[in-house]
Design a protein around this ligand. Structure first.
Ligand SMILES: *Cc1c(COP(=O)(O)O)cnc(C)c1O
Length: 228
């Protein structure tokens, strides 16, 4: 971890934005992609500098770090996304932080627990259903085959959760085809959910965001490419 100067961060951000632009135009000029900058590997000072350069949406994968950073930067008009596995005992902490979007709702059990605690606090939360499209043991998320049913069940039974779409982490592989398949599987599910009002298909990280966009992603979560 190092403090990065503004010009250095500007060059990184320009490169990422340019790559996003190239990929999204190849899909359609009407295909808009949101960039969420993932700050988990970097210091808060670099997040503040990226804000000065125009970036507004930031993601963290740990509640404690999210809380600290939201607090320190509370004067800035930032959007904060939770992108990591949420332990049940941290649910109330997350609710109190009122994130813009909780991207990592990864099981029906978590949804039920989250909904119960949202109800108790008379709050709601925007969430994405995380899909383990590559069926990797090390990853959380629901299986592709079950995703539509689970999405439906959460919509019907968890009134305080507002589902906005899906999130996936691309297959952990050197094989581009495997990564592409995991994105395509997730996008297929997203297309079906669009008819029910889903608007966000969150796919793509530093190593694969261009590929993800070409497979239909409209939100990319980029960390190391911005803060390298
Ligand atoms: C860390 C992380 C990212 C960003 O990863 P990079 O490869 O550094 O871009 C995106 N999504 C999730 C869920 C993450 O945990």
């Amino acid at each position: 971890m190092a403090l990065l100067d503004k010009e250095h961060l500007r060059a990184n951000l320009d490169e990422v934005i340019w790559n996003i632009e190239e990929a999204r135009i190849s899909v359609s000029e009407h295909h808009i992609v949101q960039l969420v900058a993932v700050g988990k590997y970097t210091q808060i000072e670099n997040i503040a500098t990226l804000y000065e350069l125009g970036q507004r949406a930031f993601g963290e994968n740990q509640i404690q770090q999210l809380k600290e950073r939201m607090h320190i930067l509370e004067a800035l008009p930032l959007q904060w996304h939770m992108i990591g596995t949420l332990q049940k005992n941290k649910i109330n902490n997350l609710i109190d932080l009122r994130p813009t979007l909780m991207q990592s709702l990864d099981s029906i059990a978590l949804a039920q627990e989250l909904n119960k605690k949202l109800e108790a606090k008379n709050a709601t939360m925007n969430c994405l259903l995380q899909i383990n499209a590559a069926k990797e043991e090390s990853k959380s998320g629901v299986l592709s085959e079950e995703a539509l049913d689970i999405y439906q069940e959460i919509k019907e039974n968890c009134q305080n959760i507002t589902l906005k779409g899906v999130m996936t982490i691309g297959a952990h592989s050197e094989d581009t085809k495997l990564i592409q398949e995991s994105f395509e599987a997730t996008h297929k599910i997203y297309e079906k959910l669009e008819k029910e009002g889903a608007t966000i298909c969150s796919m793509g990280m530093s190593g694969d965001y261009q590929l993800a966009i070409k497979c239909g992603s409209n939100l990319v979560r980029v960390g190391s490419a911005l803060f390298k």
